[in-house]
Design a protein around this ligand. Sequence first.
Ligand SMILES: Nc1ncnc2c1ncn2[C@@H]1O[C@H](COP(=O)(O)OP(=O)(O)O)[C@@H](O)[C@H]1O
Ligand SMILES: O=P(O)(O)OC[C@H]1O[C@@](CO)(OP(=O)(O)O)[C@@H](O)[C@@H]1O
Length: 742
Amino acid sequence: MAGDSEEERDGFNHMTLRIPGLLYVSVKMENPNLTLSGDLLPHVSGSFPLGPSWDPSKALSMERESATVWELSFVVPPNHEALEFKFLLKPKCIDNPCFVEEGSSRVLVGGAWQDGDRMALFRLDNDQVLEYRVFVEAKRISPFDLAASWRAYQENFRLSSVRGIPDVSINSEHQTGSENISSANLELDLEHYIVPSPSTSPSSALAYAANSTENPRSLGGGSASISSSMGDDGVPMINQPETVGEVHAPDQSKVYQSPGMVKSQSVGTICPPEKEGSLRGVSIDRGVGFPRLVKSSSSDTFTTNFNLDPGTKNSIPAAAGAVAAAAIADQMLGPKEHRHLAIVMVSLPARGKTYTAAKLTRYLRWLGHNTKHFNVGKYRRLKHGSSQSADFFRADNPEGVVARNEVAKMAFEDMISWMQEGGQVGIFDATNSSKQRRNMLMKLAEGRCKIIFLETICNDVEIIERNIRFKIQQSPDYAEVPDFEAGLRDFKERVAYYEKVYETVEEGSYIKMIDMASGHGGQIQVNNISGYLPGRIVFFLVNTHLTPRPILLTRHGESRFNVRGRIGGDSALSEAGELYKKKLAKFVEKRLKSERAACIWTSTLQRTILTAGPIVGFPKIQWRALDEINAGVCDGMTYEEIKKNMPAEYESRCKDKLRYRYPRGESYLDVIQRLEPVIIELERQRAPVVVISHQAVLRALYAYFTDRPLQEIPDIEVPLHTIIEINLGVTGVEEKRYKLMD
Ligand SMILES: Nc1ncnc2c1ncn2[C@@H]1O[C@H](COP(=O)(O)OP(=O)(O)O)[C@@H](O)[C@H]1O
Ligand SMILES: O=P(O)(O)OC[C@H]1O[C@@](CO)(OP(=O)(O)O)[C@@H](O)[C@@H]1O
């Protein structure tokens, strides 16, 4: 250290005596009057080791240390005699001239400052004078210190200096670089930027989730078949076969200890996380999303051992994503009936059964579990028509009871048949509100599948009233009833008949969601729940809620690698990307202006962090889990180069882009697996979130919200400079797209 020869002033060390040995030098400039300096950036130009020449174009830029102080540090070798340097101000626009400080050059000899001026004076074009205070600090460092700090620099400093902001940050004013906003101005009305969403996206949250559930096999439905929608004549329309389902487990070693693993033999209560009042100061463990794992067996080894060929039907789940060794072990080693799981919904009408069943189905499918939703109401409508009045649902109407039990049995048997063909999780959606009905189901399930009851209880009369009104609007039961009030009366009568005979679940394995829609947290009770998958289901349900909020998904602004067609890497933004980041900031400002809280999530790659740069007023969080698919040895190559130099790899990826894993990199399935905590966190958040990430990652996130089959994920279109707004609402998911630039 130089402590023995320094003179302290203004908090900086001004050297007067030479320090022998290797030196660490820090020079700083301070300009308290920021408004004068405009967009002039301080630089240093000098002799070795500051630069090979005095050429201003090779001057080193200083880093902004605080709002008014700029800093540059460097190492001077031990045998170096004199170091000469000068400060420069360079305009951001490279075409404009730069300004060199007045007076002779500054000289440092062995770290001692040869009495240079303590002010740097710049005379600008218009004879305006800018003054900066100058500080120099020199410390002797040992080669060991240097080696250690070099390592630290390699590991940390370079990253944070490139990125310029810490993992969790918030900027309350526009950063340098976000000026010159005029070209980034947006129309007053954001609707101006709306472009059509792809036809496969969820058309409207008002579409009733039961419509897209399974059809009776007796009607030619089966495991993959007829449509969710009804034709004008009431006859189901034939649609595409369902493609979701069987895929390889990506890597059985890739299991991380998840909070989803719950074992409970007796009744326990879990309270969901508190509602977030404000997101400011939020801190997130960046490790989340990076499973602690050992890369070992490939999916090939796994599938050979356990005969999990995606093309063959078998009784073992063909799983992906977070479904890994634990899930498979449960399936392989547990009792035979445990290889298939039936989630049997229980509740009075209008308590969110179909909504919850549809959401859980979407989540499990996205993780790679072969899951289907069987809605008994749909079976009833197809068998008995959709114009049954409340009387049909009276417990003392024997014909109604027989008819309802018959369709319930039919749907349950269909579900079991599908499981025997390889299906893994069946979600059985009916009121199942009496012990007698549940006993019937348990008998049907004996030795064939494990049952977990999922009961939704709601004590909030206002929510029940709102739900009932939704049902009249959405349910095909009332599609033919022109008078809304008459429909309302009939449905309330139906609910009252159910209430008379309703028995809460007290038997078997169950999960009870109590008042989870109230917005005050509610609670979840679990009884006799164990195993990987039930644990995941409980964890998912604890974190979901009904608070409406938008999630804005966007890729980073165009990167320099994008321009050159190179994949991966960590390049900065192109000119178009720079413009997009400014437009995006304006968009976010307008779109979220009425929100009390919101959060900006980026990956740890600089193209997303730079894109988030000009957004002000909201906390920004970097997630490693949001980093782009790791292209391994192909990182930085163009697709053409991969095709030419690694034709076999290129070919394999074309054949199966979902499962293909780049050598030393990742597959899409790997990406989905690491995104699972991101999905849980997105479900848990109550405020809007802006996710600035990458093509492959956003494909996977988008597929979750829009219930797209895994196989389609690698080809989903996620264009640059476009914002995909996902609105999570009380009735489901709706999508809007804004295109800010061509
Ligand atoms: N856990 C819940 N408790 C109460 N209401 C809920 C819950 N989950 C969802 N909802 C709301 O209930 C409304 C009606 O739900 P739906 O699933 O059609 O009811 P059900 O199938 O029980 O008749 C949904 O639009 C949703 O807003
Ligand atoms: O899976 P494919 O279709 O190759 O798309 C993923 C690729 O998208 C890219 C662009 O080509 O994303 P990004 O824009 O985030 O850089 C590559 O980095 C990444 O490898």
